[in-house]
Ligand binder design. Structure first.
Ligand code: 6GU
Length: 228
């Protein structure tokens, strides 16, 4: 997979060089390129924003640098999926991450200030499949942190990125339920004993117990997941 990230804060993405995704990046299963949106400005101050038509608070990101940068990164073999992180978008879930992990080319456009000139989204739709995606119902200052989260969730689903593919299956949200509790040695720690079933060595009983635990936790913490 190829990922291009457009941002006015490229250094936010320095952490992509380390950890799980860093290794995938250097091994070639995932190619991530971070671009400074200001590289597509042409004035001395490298201006990316301006005051909103109609008035109001804050600044709006100008369309020209977005148009030129999208032209520059979209020009690859396959039609890209172009994602704009936005609290006004559809909510990102594990299903979204799965669907996006199948794509050949993702472009993330990180907005700042009060938003991006609306015409950019319309233009981007000529170059690729546009999605506005939110992490949830709260507001961040810009899309960078949201894109970090999305890239990690998507990247770890790409074959070869996570060492053990089985560890992907038994996780919260992969089967619509929260994950079961895990224990390791010692069997008693600070007066707290590991429950008897996971200690029993009876694989059938362990599987049934884990399933029960998943249901109980989901009922308690996230009843909304059981309704759907
Ligand atoms: Cl994707 N962007 C911003 N700015 N705030 C958010 C968000 C995204 N998701 C939740 N809050």
């Amino acid at each position: 997979m190829r990922i291009d990230i457009l941002t006015i804060f490229p250094s936010y993405f320095d952490v992509l060089a380390v950890s799980l995704l860093g290794r995938a990046r250097s091994s070639g299963s995932l190619q991530v390129d971070v671009h400074d949106l200001r590289d597509w400005t042409h004035d001395r101050h490298r201006t990316v924003d301006d005051t909103p038509y109609g008035g109001g608070a804050g600044m709006v990101m100008k369309p020209e640098p977005w148009g030129e940068s999208l032209d520059a990164v979209a020009g690859h073999a396959e039609r890209p999926t172009i994602i704009f992180p936005s609290p006004a978008g559809e909510v990102f879930t594990q299903a979204t991450a799965r669907a996006l992990s199948d794509r050949e080319h993702l472009i993330f456009g990180c907005g700042r200030y009060e938003g991006i000139d609306e015409r950019v989204f319309d233009y981007a739709a000529e170059l690729g499949d546009v999605r506005l995606i939110s992490l949830g119902d709260y507001v961040l200052n810009g899309g960078e942190v949201a894109v970090m989260a999305m890239v990690e969730a998507i990247g770890r689903l790409i074959p070869g990125v996570v060492g053990n593919p089985e560890s992907l299956v038994e996780e919260s949200h992969e089967d619509g339920l929260l994950e079961y509790p895990s224990y390791t040695k010692p069997a008693v720690w600070r007066d707290r004993a590991v429950p008897p079933v996971p200690l029993s060595g009876n694989h059938g009983a362990v599987d049934a117990w884990r399933r029960e635990q998943q249901l109980e936790r989901t009922r308690e913490r996230r009843p909304d997941l059981l309704e759907s």
